[in-house]
Design a protein around this ligand. Sequence first.
Ligand SMILES: NC(=O)c1ccc[n+]([C@@H]2O[C@H](COP(=O)([O-])OP(=O)(O)OC[C@H]3O[C@@H](n4cnc5c(N)ncnc54)[C@H](O)[C@@H]3O)[C@@H](O)[C@H]2O)c1
Ligand SMILES: *[C@@H]1O[C@H](CO)[C@@H](O)[C@H](O)[C@H]1NC(C)=O
Ligand SMILES: CC(=O)N[C@H]1CO[C@H](CO)[C@@H](O)[C@@H]1O
Length: 319
Amino acid sequence: MPDLLYENRVEHISTLLWDLLVFYVKSFLYICEAFFLSLVPTKYRQLKDVKNQVVLITGGGGGVGKLMSLNFARLQARVVIWDINQEAINTTIDLLESEGYRCKGYVVDLANREKITETMKVVRQEIGPVHILINNAGTVCCKPLWDLPEKVIENTYAVNILSHYWTVKGCLDDMIENGGHIVTVASVAGMLGTYGCTDYSATKFACIGFHEALYTELRTHGHDRVNMTLVCPYYINTGMFAGVRPRLMPMLEPQHVADSIVSAVRKNEVNCVLPDSVRLMMPLKHWLPAKASWEMMARVMKGPNSMMLFKGRGRVAAG
Ligand SMILES: NC(=O)c1ccc[n+]([C@@H]2O[C@H](COP(=O)([O-])OP(=O)(O)OC[C@H]3O[C@@H](n4cnc5c(N)ncnc54)[C@H](O)[C@@H]3O)[C@@H](O)[C@H]2O)c1
Ligand SMILES: *[C@@H]1O[C@H](CO)[C@@H](O)[C@H](O)[C@H]1NC(C)=O
Ligand SMILES: CC(=O)N[C@H]1CO[C@H](CO)[C@@H](O)[C@@H]1O
């Protein structure tokens, strides 16, 4: 570990200047690299080979999780899905079987820590160590805080963020040894507080913090064989936010999101914001005065009004 306490001022300043110089040179190269790679079509890129790798997808019975399962199966990965809903698991297994692929499903409530830890061990025994973990499951209720039941708040935290700690802890040693990839599915709602989402937005912000902090820890300790990808999608047309009608941009198609996530993983990309334009807009939130940001959100985007149309799936949230 490099020593940060220097003997004297001269040494302090000279090392700082040297590090800044290295930083500028490397940053310039990385920016050129990123620009160059953005021009190369995916089919000419060198992509991670996932053949025979164990890919564990939480929430694999639903929207994006189901489509990612099929994508990974087509790449000859060994797909394992977890979901709270056996019927949903069956639809994914059937979908993969219709193309001749196999997939193993486990019923797991991600709000249950013991069950997660236990099933992680079962997967390791029955299938093998996990190479790619996709923490994809999520839940939303969409009510203003004063109408949000305590149980629902706790369940949102358990599923959307706490479960990430238990799934990652269950396979990190294997990943450090064999190489691996941890994918965190957050949301644009994790970059921008959203109406009806005091629980959902807060847990998605937490997902981003989890990803960034763990990334720092892995890099600092030289665990370079474990890659990480953070995914922040805008609304997706899966039914999770059914009813909501965003004013400016249409919802994303689930297939596009699944394809983009799989591609980001195979390119070892660290950040994946969907669509890209959101990434360019987001800094406005920090630059504009708060009152101007609110005008943008409430008057131009009509964010709260569109969220008030939320119907979801009409099911009562678990918990
Ligand atoms: N749909 C959107 O507009 C949108 C936007 C941004 C981010 N996201 C995020 O993308 C991810 C996937 O979203 P989606 O639209 O495919 O969701 P979805 O609701 O279509 O599917 C989620 C799956 O997770 C499962 N699940 C829910 N609670 C669970 C629990 N306690 N234990 C185990 N499984 C559970 C559900 O049964 C379902 O099969 C989520 O993390 C979501 O927060 C979604
Ligand atoms: C799921 O599939 C299994 C095996 O085919 C079957 O036994 C079970 O009844 C199915 N469950 C549901 C809820 O559809
Ligand atoms: C295990 C793995 O895929 N490691 C890769 C992480 O990403 C870098 C590139 O960004 C690759 O060089 C590693 O091979």
